[in-house]
Design a protein around this ligand. Sequence first.
Ligand SMILES: CC(C)(COP(=O)(O)OP(=O)(O)OC[C@H]1O[C@@H](n2cnc3c(N)ncnc32)[C@H](O)[C@@H]1OP(=O)(O)O)[C@@H](O)C(=O)NCCC(=O)NCCS
Length: 173
Amino acid sequence: MTSPTVVRSARSADRDVLATIKIASWTSTYALLVPHHVLTSFIDPARQLDAFERLLADPSQRVLVAEDVDRVVGFITCEPAHADGPYVDSLHIAPDRRSTGIGRRLLVAVAASLVTEGFDTLHLHVLEGNARARSFYEQLGGRLAGRGAAEWAPDDVIEVTYRWDDLGSLSQV
Ligand SMILES: CC(C)(COP(=O)(O)OP(=O)(O)OC[C@H]1O[C@@H](n2cnc3c(N)ncnc32)[C@H](O)[C@@H]1OP(=O)(O)O)[C@@H](O)C(=O)NCCC(=O)NCCS
C-alpha cells in the first residue's frame, strides 16, 4: 500500500505544530535523559514558538515536514552551510507515528537535497543515552565520530556525533 505521508518544505504556518511535536518529543524521549532543570526550558511553549518563528524565517536553515492527509507528523531541520559541513539540528516524529518509516524518509530527503546541491557529507549530534535514535542513525549508515559536552547544556549533557561521509549512499536508502 502506498503511504499517504508526503514530505514537503515547511511554511511559516507550520510554526505551531512544529513546536507541539518538539515539545511532545522532548517530553516523551528526553525526560529520562536530561536533568529536569534543563528539560524545562525546552518544553516551554512560548520559547519554542519564538524559536520556530525565527528558524522558519532564517534562509540559512532548511526545514522539511512529513504530512499525513490531516496533520504534520514530523520534521527535520538542516543547516547546509554550517562551519563543520551540513548539519542536522533536529529530527522529531510525533510519538504516535514513530517506527513507521517517517524519520527515515525525512533524513533521506534531506540527504537527497544536499546531494543535488553538491554536498557529500552530513553530521549531527544525539544524546549519548538516546539508544533508540542512535540505533536509527547506525541502521542508516551513520558513523560514530565523536563525543562531548552538549553546547546547549555543557555541564549536564553528553552528546555523541554521527557522520555520513558519502551522502550519495544515504540519499538512495
Ligand atoms: C529517532 C526518530 C527520529 C526515528 O524516526 P522513526 O520515524 O521513529 O524511525 P523509522 O520508522 O523511520 O525507522 C527507520 C529505521 O530505524 C530503525 N528503527 C525503527 N524503530 C526502531 C526501534 N524501535 N528501535 C531501534 N531501531 C529502530 C530501523 O532500522 C528502521 O528501519 P526499518 O523500518 O527497516 O525497520 C524518532 O523515533 C523520534 O522522533 N524520536 C524522538 C526524538 C529523537 O530522539 N530524535 C533524534 C534527535 S537527534
